[in-house]
Design a protein around this ligand. Structure first.
Ligand SMILES: *[C@@H]1O[C@H](CO)[C@@H](O)[C@H](O)[C@H]1NC(C)=O
Ligand SMILES: *[C@@H]1O[C@H](CO)[C@@H](O)[C@H](O)[C@H]1NC(C)=O
Length: 337
């Protein structure tokens, strides 16, 4: 019976140890390099033995200079990579407890930065963060300020973190994002703190061409309207955007750029295609990505398309101006920008 159980256990262990740590161990203990650490087997049994499982081996722990079992405790002296791994404790009836011992490299590992952006000031959209390193195999982030849960990477390797920032008032408390990373031997933890307004990067805006006059000639004028990204907070006059427009001149293929504050833009000259990007006008946020190139149609077209009309109609104008002033006044930081 005992040999059968041992066989089954060894078989299971041999499957487990093939994989590197690509998820966080459910139970782990940390200690810094060179330090001693004591693991305690949670059991009511008096006679237990310890094993250490790492990527290459399963070791039965005996008394040594570095490994000192005593009762239900196991003290490890002068922790280095070779003493890390999954420690299991066993009684005559089988597995009693386990814990994964990791070397805490938070102080020694080369810092790799968490990099976050937000498409809007509003908490309707999650903050998007990137954090990765070759040294570690599993990563997780959490919004510590808002007491959030740990979040793992999505399939494309980015983290989406919820938050509770109110877009209509100035933030008073910085967000604090905590990151943890593990590999088979090691652990590291880092913090990243920022105001949401400092990481805002709007999604790319849309363009509608409203009218083209004198098309094809050098006196051609195009009127177009930039549509704010769908994730940008409303009302749009409270959160005004600045636009940069890039366009190609027909006769020489030259590219030109211009910055405009209005979403209604008039361009003169014969233009073949154009694209636009935006940023928060008051805080001078990061620029969005460029929109896709839009070809200027050959044939004359009057009026903006339907979507635009809907948007134009839903524009509350006067009220927005007042609110815009409020934002400038209320958000102290806006005055420095
Ligand atoms: C450590 O060992 C225990 C018991 O075999 C197992 O349940 C656990 O998944 C192991 N942890 C890791 C990270 O391999
Ligand atoms: C942050 O990530 C973006 C892409 O998501 C990249 O363009 C930018 O350079 C990164 N910034 C830093 C400081 O790593």
């Amino acid at each position: 019976m005992a040999w059968l159980m041992t066989f089954i256990l060894l078989f299971c262990l041999s499957i487990l140890r093939i994989s590197a740590l690509n998820i966080f161990p459910e139970k782990f203990k940390l200690a810094e390099r060179g330090k001693s650490v004591t693991l305690t087997c949670r059991t009511d049994k008096d006679k237990i033995t310890w094993r250490r499982e790492d990527t290459n081996s399963i070791v039965n722990i005996l008394q040594s200079n570095f490994e000192k079992p005593s009762g239900r405790d196991l003290t490890l002296i002068d922790l280095q990579e070779d003493l890390t791994g999954n420690y299991t404790c066993w009684s005559d009836t089988g597995l009693e407890d386990y814990t994964y011992l990791l070397l805490d490299k938070s102080k020694e590992a080369t810092a790799f930065k968490i990099n976050c952006t937000a498409e809007t000031f509003s908490c309707t959209q999650k903050i998007k963060c990137a954090w990765t390193s070759n040294e570690f195999t599993a990563f997780r982030l959490r919004n510590t300020r808002d007491n959030g849960d740990w979040v793992s990477q999505s399939v494309d390797g980015v983290f989406f973190l919820p938050h509770s920032t109110n877009s209509y008032s100035e933030e008073s408390e910085r967000l604090l994002i905590t990151g943890e990373a593990v590999s088979t031997c090691c652990y590291m933890k880092t913090d990243y703190s920022f105001f949401l307004r400092d990481i805002v990067k709007p999604a790319d805006p849309g363009i509608s061409i409203c009218t083209i006059e004198n098309e094809g000639s050098d006196e051609q004028t195009i009127e177009l309207e930039v549509k704010p990204p769908s994730t940008w907070p409303q009302p749009h006059s409270f959160f005004p955007l600045k636009h940069e427009i890039e366009y190609e001149i027909r006769h020489n293929g030259e590219l030109k750029t211009e910055e405009r504050e209005s979403s209604k833009i008039k361009l003169e000259g014969s233009i073949t295609k154009l694209r636009v990007r935006c940023r928060d006008l008051l805080l001078l946020s990061q620029w969005s990505e460029w929109s896709k190139w839009k070809n200027v149609p050959k044939r004359k077209k009057r009026g903006c398309n339907k979507e635009n009309k809907v948007e134009a109609n839903s524009k509350p104008c006067k009220e927005k101006k007042n609110k815009q002033k409020n934002r400038q006044k209320n958000w102290k930081r806006l005055n420095w920008a």
